[in-house]
Write a protein that binds this ligand. Structure first.
Ligand code: PEP
Ligand code: MN
Length: 338
């Protein structure tokens, strides 16, 4: 349910409405827009049916939110949400350029990569310390040691860092080192994990599951928001299809599709979507042209020796070439690249 307030509604009226909602055992979510203040009411809406909310002073209109996701919905909040990671703003016209290796392998290797991606214009450094590998015999990540390396290299180059958290029991540990949590495609519907990161106030990069619909993705974001953490950035990273020549099928329509339905920022990961360095530059350009709030690309200084996802990594020079194009495109799109 959305309660739209009259343009001149004052604080006393707002407080009164919030109190009524709390008395009914429902959660209120206040959203002050430039034009209007609206209150989202989440919970068992049948409790509201006997309440003549329309009669409360300051209330202009009471509307149902028809979508199954409420807090993530643009019906509740018209303005784009801008998520701040360190000094980097994501959304509302500012682009996140996330780059780095699939996995943190050593200080030296990450350091070499960070210098290059930063010089090319990346503003957030990525690297996995806990890796969700298809095979239990593949490199699983350096764990806490990897987190320390990531934090130290990020600090050295003055870049905020994002890294994957795979289990609710890791949230506290990862929280100590990272500026942003990543929830990977395989965990998009790990609801306990979503609730756990929802309990923090740290930004979350939520990647679309490989067989998840856009609605499923937004419902997963809703889990995080409903716990009180509003800082969610969505990521389209391709879905499974019958096509065998690419790793996944990049659903670029997800970008305007999400933007029409939600105020949350959405970025694109052409690395995991295509799995092919020859396709990444074109898909990165297409992502920015489609209105994405950023691009997430895996880069390695020596892809043939990478311990994870080497074949899809761009070399630093290739990344720099992509970034030159993205900068020009960003200008055309009226976006800024912090
Ligand atoms: C990754 O970012 O390295 C990763 C494993 O991504 P995804 O969850 O999208 O497969
Ligand atoms: Mn990877």
């Amino acid at each position: 349910m959305i309660i739209v307030l009259k343009p001149g509604a004052g604080q006393a009226e707002i407080d009164h409405i919030l109190q009524r909602i709390a008395e009914l055992g429902l959660k209120a979510h206040l959203s002050r827009g430039e034009q209007r203040t609206i209150i989202g009411v989440i919970g068992d809406e049948s409790k509201l049916q006997s309440e003549p909310l329309q009669a409360i002073p300051g209330v202009e209109q009471v509307l149902p939110i028809l979508k199954p996701f409420k807090l993530a919905s643009r019906d509740l909040k018209r303005e784009d949400t801008v998520v701040q990671v360190g000094r980097v703003r994501i959304g509302g016209g500012s682009l996140a350029m996330i780059a780095g290796p699939c996995a943190v392998e050593s200080f030296e290797i990450l350091d070499q990569i960070a210098v290059r991606v930063k010089a090319a214009g990346a503003n957030i450094l990525r690297g996995g310390a806990f890796k969700p590998r298809t095979s239990p015999y593949s490199f699983q990540g350096l764990g806490e040691q990897g987190l320390k390396i990531l934090r130290d290299v990020g600090r050295k180059h003055d870049m905020p860092v994002v890294t994957e958290v795979m289990d609710p029991r890791q949230v506290e540990l990862v929280d100590r080192y990272a500026d942003m949590f990543q929830i990977g495609a395989r965990n998009m519907q790990n609801f306990d994990l979503l609730k756990e990161v929802g309990q923090t106030r740290k930004p979350v990069l939520l990647k679309r599951g490989m067989s998840a619909s856009v609605k499923d993705l937004l419902m997963s974001a809703e889990y995080i928001l409903s716990e009180g953490n509003p800082w969610v950035v969505l990521c389209e990273r391709g879905v499974r299809s019958f096509e065998e020549s690419t790793r996944n099928m990049l659903d670029l329509s997800a970008v305007p599709n999400v933007k029409g339905q939600s105020h949350l920022p959405i970025i694109v990961d052409p690395s995991h979507a295509t799995g092919r360095p020859d396709l990444i530059p074109a898909m990165a350009r297409a992502a920015v042209a489609a209105g994405a709030d950023g691009v997430h690309i895996e880069v390695h200084s020596c892809p043939e020796k990478a311990l994870s996802d080497g074949p899809q990594a761009l070399l630093p020079d290739q990344y720099a070439a992509v970034m030159r194009d993205l900068r020009r495109l960003a200008e055309v799109m009226g976006k800024s690249l912090a």
